[in-house]
Unconditional design. Structure first.
Length: 195
């Protein structure tokens, strides 16, 4: 089952990193949440102007939504799937490294049936029910290249061995793309490093 692929896209990584601390981080400070903050670009908000310009540059692949994910050392997220409400689940995301992205932190994927999860509308997430489990089917480490992810596959981000806070931007790709369509697009562009 395809769940992730490392993509060579240094210009996008650089563009997101260039505006992270001056634009993205301050916007995120106004959003509820600690480990995960959800942001939608607001074209009427002057503070979002750098985000609007970045979106316009990459609108052939990006949507106007992204998550800011901050993982402290010695922490792992519970196993989950993105989205609680049918029709509002992002089919793909592009995980972009910002800070503390190294081999210590690993994103792990599991083979667990959807019935083993309960929907949390407030967190826009489906969490694994207690006493449910399944085998691990893959993992990756986000370092310098972005990683294309299928957030509808059960997963967790494990920073138990980490010594640094890991900050990433998980940008939702075009909502009309399935994971396979996005992967095929990047393969045609010659950007897939590994899948």
């Amino acid at each position: 089952m395809d769940t992730f692929a490392e993509i060579f896209y240094p210009e996008l990584v650089a563009d997101v990193q260039d505006i992270y601390w001056d634009t993205i981080h301050p916007i995120g400070q106004k959003v509820l949440g600690y480990h995960i903050k959800s942001v939608v670009i607001d074209r009427h908000n002057p503070e979002h102007l750098p985000l609007i310009k970045l979106f316009q540059k990459y609108q052939s692949i990006l949507s106007t939504h992204f998550l800011m994910i901050r993982l402290t050392p010695s922490y792992t997220t519970p196993i989950h799937m993105d989205g609680a409400v049918v029709g509002k689940r992002r089919p793909t995301s592009f995980n972009i490294p910002i800070q503390g992205c190294n081999n210590d932190c690993v994103t792990e994927f599991y083979d667990i049936p959807e019935e083993s999860f309960w929907p949390d509308a407030v967190a826009a997430t489906r969490w694994l029910k207690e006493d449910h489990t399944g085998p691990k089917i893959g993992e990756y480490r986000l370092t310098s290249n972005p990683v294309l992810v299928c957030p509808q596959t059960p997963h967790r981000v494990n920073n138990l061995n980490g010594t640094q806070e890991r900050i990433t931007v998980s940008w939702s790709l075009r909502t009309d793309w399935s994971f396979q369509q996005a992967l095929n697009f990047f393969k045609e562009q010659g950007r897939v490093v590994s899948d």
